[in-house]
Design a protein around this ligand. Structure first.
Ligand SMILES: Nc1nc2c(ncn2[C@@H]2O[C@H](COP(=O)(O)OP(=O)(O)OP(=O)(O)O)[C@@H](O)[C@H]2O)c(=O)[nH]1
Length: 357
């Protein structure tokens, strides 16, 4: 069977489980996951190698494939310049895709379909009331987005580990009335339920083609930016209210250990990666929270992040964290552009070229 390849974007509203799905498929933590909405800020490419499944009497078989998965920020109504940037990331991720996975959280209450809201020939609109307002508006917004796409969309009903099987059928009926999905698959990203089935269906939708990335490359995002995300994840987990949303992390120094000749001796200490990172917040009050009494919070963030970074890099890590105030950075397009890891990568390359001249 000829090899297949293609780009597949994962979209859905905040907290639907996009990053959990990406990590579950890749078998490695690539995207940060927290219970707080809007954890993911930029597009992340995860490169997934899907092995050939031989056809047998009971199994339909599947060609081998490379799926470039694109995780996106949650679809939400933009309030700040940063939100607008995040939504631009979603739009970009939907450009020229082979397929889209639209993921919804089955624990959210269903919005009602309003038969009078749509004109003749238009897609049904949802009736949005009371406490469902925000989440339903976000699903509605997502539906409007996918209606403009010309690639197949698979609906993933995520978190089925939290509901009874009897509750699944009404959900399928509800969603199939709203859009002509290529497939509707109930899954649990956390418990890895139905992910193989989902991969079979995705590969089915891909064209024949060669790999976009080398076989063992897991992501297009260099390690130093994954490191920044791991630090941001700890801030999201350990601080509350506005602080996580007003925080950005920039790696200022990243010194990898020199390459080791030959295999390390048994019992030898691992080499050290030296990393300095700036944590930007918007106000001095937030800075005080991030540092904590006698630096306790910053120490906790650093210790937790260091452990994860060490397991990502496979080295020991010396991590220095600094907290800096950049007033209202979420409203400053220039600063937000500079935070984009692709932009930082360009700047680093320029700096390196200048140093070499
Ligand atoms: N019970 C259950 N929880 C899940 C499942 N998938 C994700 N979650 C949880 O839902 C929360 C949000 O998951 P994320 O993967 O960060 O969601 P996201 O859609 O990437 O969120 P944003 O980055 O905010 O857009 C986390 O607490 C996950 O552990 C699932 O299949 N079952």
């Amino acid at each position: 069977m000829p090899f297949r390849s293609g780009f597949v974007s994962i979209i859905g509203r905040p907290n639907a489980g996009k990053s959990t799905l990406l990590n579950a498929l890749l078998g490695q933590k690539l995207a940060i996951v927290t219970h707080k909405p809007q954890t993911t800020r930029t597009r992340i490419h995860g490169v997934l190698e899907v092995p050939l499944k031989k056809k047998t009497k009971d199994v339909a078989g599947r060609p081998a494939a490379q799926i470039v998965m694109v995780d996106t920020p949650g679809i939400h109504k933009p309030d700040t310049q940063l939100d607008r940037r995040m939504m631009q990331e979603v739009h970009d991720a939907l450009e020229s895709r082979n397929a889209v996975l639209f993921i919804v959280d089955v624990t959210h209450k269903l919005p009602k379909v309003d038969p009078n809201a749509a004109g003749p020939g238009e897609a049904p609109k949802m009736k949005i009331t009371g406490r469902m307002t925000l989440s339903a508006a976000e699903d509605d917004f997502a539906l409007q987005l996918i209606q403009k796409l010309d690639c197949p969309v698979i609906l993933l009903l995520n978190k089925i580990d939290t509901i009874s099987p009897a509750e699944i059928m009404p959900l399928i009926a509800h969603w199939s009335g709203l859009y002509n999905f290529a497939e509707i698959i109930p899954i649990s990203a956390r418990k890895k339920i139905n992910l193989e089935l989902m991969l079979d269906k995705v590969v089915d939708l891909l064209p024949e083609g060669q790999r976009y990335f080398p076989k063992h490359q897991l992501t297009d995002q260099p390690e130093r930016f994954l490191v920044a995300e791991l630090i941001r994840e700890k801030i999201l987990m350990l601080t509350g209210e506005e602080v996580p949303y007003a925080t950005a992390v920039v790696i200022e120094k990243y010194e990898e250990p020199p390459p080791q000749a030959g295999k390390p001796r048994a019992g030898a200490k691992l080499p050290v990666t030296k990393i300095s990172a700036a944590i930007f917040c918007e106000r001095t009050g937030q800075k005080a929270i991030l540092i904590g009494k006698q630096g306790v919070m910053l120490k906790e963030i650093g210790t937790a992040a260091r452990k994860d970074i060490e397991s990502l890099l496979g080295t020991r890590v010396f991590l220095e964290l600094f907290v800096k105030v950049q007033e209202d950075w979420r409203s400053k397009p220039g600063f937000i552009e500079d935070l984009d890891w692709r932009r930082q990568l360009e700047q680093l390359a320029e700096k390196q070229a200048n140093e070499e001249e």
